[in-house]
Design a protein around this ligand. Sequence first.
Ligand SMILES: C[S@@+](CC[C@H](N)C(=O)[O-])C[C@H]1O[C@@H](n2cnc3c(N)ncnc32)[C@H](O)[C@@H]1O
Length: 240
Amino acid sequence: MRAGRTPDVNGKPKRGLELDRVVLLGRTFEEYLRFFALDWEKWRGRDVLDVASGVSSFCAEANLLGGRVTACDPIYTMTPETLRPACERDLDHVLASIGGLAVYRWEFYKNATTLRGYRERAFRRFLEDFQAHPDGRYVPGAFPALPFPDRTFELSLVSYLLFVYNDHFDLEFHRAALIELMRVTRGEARIYPLVTFEGDRCPHLDALRSDPAMREFRFEEIPTDFEFLVGSNAYLRISR
Ligand SMILES: C[S@@+](CC[C@H](N)C(=O)[O-])C[C@H]1O[C@@H](n2cnc3c(N)ncnc32)[C@H](O)[C@@H]1O
């Protein structure tokens, strides 16, 4: 994992965070509400899926608030004892790298200490809940093949995996992931953010909008009032 500002393969200086793998960083329920402009009263009693949920506390907090949320991530085969030091290591690394980068807007978090507070709360709440619910709330699984029957969920969310990690996942992976996401969704899917770690619009997004394999789906970009990574003030809603 490397911090930004090193030249990319074209010799262009990098503006954003460079990660050599997908990191174990988790967001809170409050952040998910902002990312996806979620009206919790509307979704509380419905079946919601969070894919690539990792060490986010969205599932834990939402279920405490009367939600019916299932979380799915490949890391759920691991034990809490193994996950805890991995979360701490990734958080330290990202926070040490993020400070001077010009691709972040600090209106919401204000400073690195507050940001760390959100990330620590997220992984601590996640770890407690993960330990307390070894019963199907946290389901091991990964794109492009999710372990759920067709149309199980009314709403499916993906935060900080698709589009943003475009250096790691190619167009073909994204196409397969969206088709799979919509297979398990009977209502709508929401994906956030739509920009890469460089703050650029992910090129896969426009490629997929016009992809014949997506013709049965409707793509809408919904603006929000939350922005940390520059340009991240919108989510993608996919419906049939
Ligand atoms: C940066 S974390 C985001 C966690 C959470 N969604 C959030 O925003 O707080 C990315 C997560 O994607 C998971 N991941 C990696 N490859 C995946 C795949 N092929 N399918 C689903 N999840 C994957 C990782 O295990 C990690 O937990």
